[in-house]
Design a protein around this ligand. Structure first.
Ligand code: FAD
Ligand code: SF4
Ligand code: SF4
Length: 471
């Protein structure tokens, strides 16, 4: 089928690979107005709009694209901001190929690429910040009730913004010194500039949301205190506790979890040493273990910090790689080397206890496991060693436990995450709602936001009914 539109999406300008590995600036430069208008014209304005169903916060995608096509950028912003409090973030880090763009009608036609929805969302959010009107949002009086939110990642920010718009007084408690969760301490500056995260958080604060940092709920404030002051509590404390391979040599100098490595770089400005006094190890030969976004971020950060060689070791193949495809392509362009079907079996140290290499074994794929992906199996006798002075493990994370261990009455599931209704986020006890990675395990920004959106509706219903019953 031939359509009267360009088959390929308009490429988005980016820093060249040679240039960008020398800095931590945003890799993607973004569309100009003319480019955005041209790309928006590729949208067919489908009546059934499958893209909306592919977006966990149900943004009116054809609506905001049509407004761009008509060069009414303020209207486009108004449409997007009805559905999301974090458009500049989502436009940058959503796995669009698995969400809105993955189901776009244009992309389903042979020879055509889906509309570049994520890049257009980012374009509008950035345009609004730089050129749009600065009129403060209209906020209803916040008299419907009081809600406490624990954690300040994307799930919490969504629930907080939505409840404030509905007329609730919301207080967010964050254990760290900066709000934003993984958006601040995990995803690096070159993919998600922190000024942009702060900008979107400021927009949420402008709705009346109060954010208190340096408060670890379960330690500095008890959950009982929150229960006595608030009508409901939303918990989105994330899955930030790193898992380790547990192979011999894990305690050698130079073996990091990606969590620690990236937090030092992002939240504590390790890449700006000595301006900020948080040194990160100077590495020449880095091996990153894992294949998700976290692994890509660690590998690409190591390159930018001056490593001569960065190799990723992943036990499955490219087909199963969980990272966003754009991040994988960027990593390859930047010179990261991928060792597919390979797993570490031992970290090798020097006499002084420093890491000097990683002994690996080749793998092959067997029958599918519980995740539906084919299970990797070791090929006997295939061991080999890669030289390394730094190992970064990025093999997954578990629940943040500070609050869970202090809140024994909270019902958890078999895996140790909060047991919450997938449609409403309501947990047990009933005044607690929960969402994001602390319910699902490590997932994505937009799924955490989708959970926050549903929970905001459910919390509103819960508090309204409770008040009507005079409780
Ligand atoms: P989080 O973002 O984890 O936030 C939880 C917050 O709760 C944290 O700030 C934590 O300090 C705070 N907290 C914990 N315990 C307490 C307590 N007791 N009291 C007060 N505060 C507490 N997803 C994507 O969609 N695209 C990507 O490209 C992508 N890249 C990623 C890269 C990295 C390096 C990492 C680690 C994750 C990435 N993800 C990505 C996953 C995504 O960031 C998470 O799924 C998402 O942030 C989960 O949001 P959340 O709100 O559930 O929790
Ligand atoms: Fe697509 Fe994510 Fe934007 Fe939704 S929020 S339209 S899934 S990029
Ligand atoms: Fe436009 Fe694609 Fe959505 Fe259709 S599915 S409305 S073409 S973005």
């Amino acid at each position: 089928m031939a359509l009267d539109i360009a088959p390929k999406r308009l490429p988005v300008p980016e820093q060249s690979a040679e240039e960008r590995i020398k800095n931590f600036n945003d890799v993607v430069i973004g569309y100009s107005i003319e480019e955005a208008v041209a790309e928006s014209a590729r949208c067919l304005q489908c009546k059934n709009a499958p893209c909306i169903k592919g977006c966990p916060v149900s943004i009116d995608i054809p609506g905001f694209l049509k407004a761009i096509k008509e060069k009414d950028l303020e209207k486009s912003w108004d449409i997007i901001s009805q559905y999301t409090n974090l458009p500049a973030v989502c436009g940058r880090v959503c796995p669009q190929e698995k969400q809105c763009e993955g189901v776009c009608t244009v992309g389903r036609i042979k020879g055509y690429e889906p509309v570049s929805i994520g890049k257009m969302e980012r374009f509008i959010a950035d345009w609004k910040a730089e050129h749009g009107s600065k009129v403060a949002p209209k906020v209803p009086e916040q008299t419907k009730g009081n809600v406490a939110v624990v954690g300040s990642g994307p799930s919490s920010l969504t629930v907080a913004g939505d409840l404030a718009k509905m007329g609730y007084k919301v207080t967010v408690y964050e254990a760290l010194h900066a709000a934003g969760g993984v958006l601040m301490y995990g995803i690096p500056e070159f993919r998600l500039p922190k000024a942009i995260v702060r900008r979107e958080i400021d927009n949420i604060k402008a709705l009346g949301v109060k954010i208190e940092t340096n408060v670890a709920v379960g330690r500095s404030v008890t959950i009982e205190e929150l229960q006595s002051h608030f009508d409901a509590v939303y918990i989105a404390t994330g899955a930030g506790t790193p898992h380790f391979m547990g192979v011999p040599g894990t305690s050698l100098n130079g073996v990091y979890s990606a969590s620690e490595y990236l937090t030092r770089i992002n939240l504590m400005h390790g890449y700006e040493f000595p301006k900020y006094d948080t040194p990160t190890k100077e590495s020449e030969k880095v091996v990153v273990v894992g294949g998700g976004n976290v692994a890509m971020d660690a590998a690409r950060s190591a390159l930018r910090l001056g490593a001569k060689s960065v190799q990723v070791v992943y036990r499955r193949s490219l087909e199963e790689l969980p990272a966003r495809i754009e991040e994988y392509h960027h990593a390859v362009e930047e010179g990261v080397i991928f060792n597919w079907l390979t797993n570490p079996v031992e970290y090798v140290g020097s006499e002084t206890g420093n890491i000097v290499g990683v002994k690996c074994i080749r793998m092959e794929l067997g029958e599918p496991d519980a995740s539906g992906r084919r299970r990797p199996q070791e090929i006997k006798g295939s061991e080999f060693t890669i030289e390394a002075d730094t190992i970064i493990e990025a093999i997954g994370q578990g629940p943040n436990k500070v609050l869970l261990s202090a809140f024994q009455e909270l019902k958890l599931n078999k895996k140790g995450y909060i047991d919450a209704d997938p449609e409403t986020g309501q947990a047990d006890p009933e005044w607690v709602f929960a969402g994001g990675d602390i319910v699902t395990g490590a997932a994505t920004v937009i799924l955490a936001m989708g959970a926050g959106k549903k929970a905001a509706e459910a919390i509103d219903k819960y508090i309204t009914e409770k008040k009507a019953a005079g409780k």
